[in-house]
Design a protein around this ligand. Structure first.
Ligand code: AMP
Length: 218
């Protein structure tokens, strides 16, 4: 399975990617998580990416492409769920070239369709566990004890870029840079739109149907 999850910030790509990855045993490559890992460990890339991420802009295509191609190259089976990549036409074109060179083909691009009010609520209420990576939402997926991870007991944190001003910038960036990918992948006959307002089990069921239709489910 080689798929891309496309959609605006807060559409649920990360949450669904984690479930898909466990269900279908396919590695999940989340560009944002990988970049935040670089920031945390203080790499050169992390230093270059930090400011841009905190302002809600995009890290340059060259840096992100090189990082993601290295990640894909490391995968033993060359199967993946890409979450947050590509995010520009330049990245999508570079990915096409990379895949072709490696004799790989995408199976589908799942486009998460949702409305903006839901997105703002999802992002501003989002909390995460810095230790085990579990995701929560203060109302929709609350931890049993407020502010504490159910799985490992660590204190939950809020992403720095989940504040109102940065959220607005991230939406604007999505509209300008990323939404043209919908047409790009429609033209490539790869786009499958899904209703991201559905609850997690219902949307996962829809994914299963899509995978069956594409003969990806075994
Ligand atoms: P995410 O966790 O996917 O919401 O990504 C967080 C931030 O990381 C984004 O707002 C961007 O600043 C940066 N980022 C993630 N993916 C990309 C990408 N494909 N290209 C450029 N910047 C990215």
């Amino acid at each position: 399975m080689k798929i891309i999850l496309l959609g605006p910030p807060g559409a649920g790509k990360g949450t669904h990617a984690k479930v898909l990855s466990e269900t279908w045993k396919v590695p999940h490559l989340a560009t944002g998580d990988i970049l935040r890992g670089h920031i945390k460990s203080g790499t050169d890339l992390g230093k270059k990416a930090k400011d841009v991420i905190e302002k809600g802009g995009l890290v340059s295509d060259d840096l992100v492409n090189a990082m993601m191609f290295e990640e894909i190259s490391r995968l033993p089976k060359k199967e993946f769920i890409l979450d947050g990549f590509p995010r520009t036409i330049g990245q999508a074109e570079a990915l096409d070239v990379f895949l072709k060179k490696n004799h790989l083909r995408l199976d589908a691009v799942l486009d998460f369709e949702t409305d903006e009010n839901i997105l703002i609520d999802r992002l501003s209420g989002r909390r995460g566990c810095p230790k085990c990576g579990a995701n929560y939402h203060i109302r929709n997926i609350p931890p049993k004890k407020p502010g504490v991870c159910d799985k490992c007991g660590a204190a939950l944190t809020q992403r720095k870029d989940d504040n109102p001003e940065t959220i607005r910038n991230r939406f604007a960036t999505y509209q300008k840079e990323t939404s043209p990918l919908i047409q790009y992948y429609t033209n490539a006959n790869l786009l499958v739109s899904v209703d991201a307002n559905l609850d997690v089990p219902s949307l996962q069921k829809r994914f299963r149907t899509i995978f069956e239709e594409l003969k990806l489910a075994v």
